[in-house]
Design a protein around this ligand. Structure first.
Ligand SMILES: CC(C)(COP(=O)(O)OP(=O)(O)OC[C@H]1O[C@@H](n2cnc3c(N)ncnc32)[C@H](O)[C@@H]1OP(=O)(O)O)[C@@H](O)C(=O)NCCC(=O)NCCS
Length: 185
């Protein structure tokens, strides 16, 4: 069972108490949270970190805290999660990422997500992994495409986003293990 993952520049690891402060700053940053319906308060951010921490402790995988190996700076999270039951394609496994804005533009999300996808298919043996985001989130969609996921034309209305919100329509990028094997180099 994977509990931590190393890439060339990054470590996907267990959460630490020291991550809480930079994670709260990330979740309170309007730039980083542009495609989410609301910013998170410190309490909400801590609760999310606790959930991530608890699930990794329980399963050995989840939404890992990501840090640089050179400098050990906390960047955000990247990892795998069981899709919420209310989503139209559940049950399933999603891959997800959220990095602090000042660390964008370095290829870190792609590097970490590549490793997460590999672990999901080769060690955890999930038959399919999905990614999804608000249709306008082009940077996140670019990560999906860089790691070999493809938009199959499926859209859905996210049940947790208010009906009046322009962020409600999401695009779905489902990828089977066979499709990933065919694109992985
Ligand atoms: C989505 C998100 C993770 C993307 O971050 P990102 O830094 O753009 O993505 P990557 O890590 O793949 O980096 C790619 C960029 O780094 C550049 N880059 C620089 N050095 C690089 C390197 N050594 N290797 C690869 N890419 C590199 C690439 O050229 C690319 O730049 P470009 O977009 O100008 O072409 C980030 O915007 C984010 O956290 N957003 C908020 C949370 C969110 O929306 N999550 C998704 C919700 S479902």
């Amino acid at each position: 069972m994977p509990t931590e993952i190393d890439t060339a520049r990054l470590r996907l690891r267990h959460w630490r108490a020291a991550d809480r402060e930079p994670f709260a700053a990330l979740n309170a940053d309007p730039t980083g949270m542009e495609f989410f319906p609301a910013l998170l308060s410190r309490a909400e951010s801590d609760a999310l970190a606790s959930r991530c921490e608890g699930l990794i402790a329980e399963r050995g995988w989840g939404l890992w805290a990501v840090e640089t190996k050179n400098g050990r700076e906390f960047l955000g999270f990247v990892g795998l999660h069981r899709t919420a039951p209310e989503l139209p394609f559940s049950p399933g496994i999603e891959i997800s990422w959220r990095l602090a804005a000042r660390h964008w533009g370095n290829g870190y999300a792609t590097e970490a997500a590549c490793a997460g996808l590999r672990v999901g298919f080769t060690q955890l043996h999930f038959p399919e992994i999905v990614a999804f985001t608000a249709v306008g989130n082009s940077t996140s969609r670019a990560v999906m495409e860089r790691i070999g996921m493809r938009h199959t034309g499926e859209f859905f209305e996210h049940p947790k986003v208010p009906v009046s919100s322009s962020l409600r329509t999401h695009c779905l990028y489902p990828t089977t293990r066979e499709q990933w094997e065919a694109t992985d180099t």
